[in-house]
Design a protein around this ligand. Structure first.
Ligand code: HEM
Length: 138
């Protein structure tokens, strides 16, 4: 059962990293675009971001189930450091979602570079969390 949960945890993690990279490419492509191209890219970006809400929730949930299964004792400093970057990636995602929503509401295309920066915050933090998780559990 614990092995199955770990597989799910890693699958959600891989999905999350892939989706945030994909949305980062989307924002770079969308820079300076107008009309139907901008609308199409925004549609794609918002759909991926909305699936991202569930993927991040699933990473947290599977992580806590794993912690319950293995027990909370013996967690080292690498694990604490990992959790700092898990929080960082979650906050970056929330900020990207809020800024994206503001961009849609106000029609202010200049906010796109901020969305792009927050999305970069998601995948860079996720990659660092991945490396720290490997160190924590080796
Ligand atoms: C609330 C968030 C999280 C918690 C509580 C959590 C907890 C855990 C636990 C307990 C394990 C060890 C499972 C075992 O070997 O029995 C694990 C493994 C792992 N986690 Fe997480 N995790 C979280 C989020 C993340 C995130 C965001 C990433 C990467 C982006 C990540 C990447 C990994 C990796 C790569 C492993 C496998 C490490 C290895 O076995 O070498 N985790 N996690």
């Amino acid at each position: 059962m614990q092995t199955f949960m770990l597989i799910m945890h890693l699958a959600f993690m891989g999905l999350g990293i892939g989706m945030s990279c994909s949305n980062f490419v989307n924002t770079r492509l969308a820079a300076g675009k107008t009309g139907d191209i901008a609308k199409g890219l925004a549609l794609q970006r918002r759909q991926i971001a909305s699936i991202g809400d569930s993927v991040i929730a699933a990473i947290w949930l599977s992580g806590f189930i794993l912690l319950q299964m293995r027990g909370w004792e013996g967690l080292n400093g690498w694990f604490t450091a990992k959790m700092v970057f898990v929080v960082a990636l979650t906050v970056s995602h929330i900020m990207a979602r809020r800024t994206g929503a503001e961009m849609m509401r106000t029609g202010n295309g200049a906010l796109l570079s901020r969305v792009s920066m927050y999305i970069a915050g998601v995948w860079v933090s996720a990659l660092i969390a991945l490396a720290l998780a490997v160190l924590a559990f080796e």
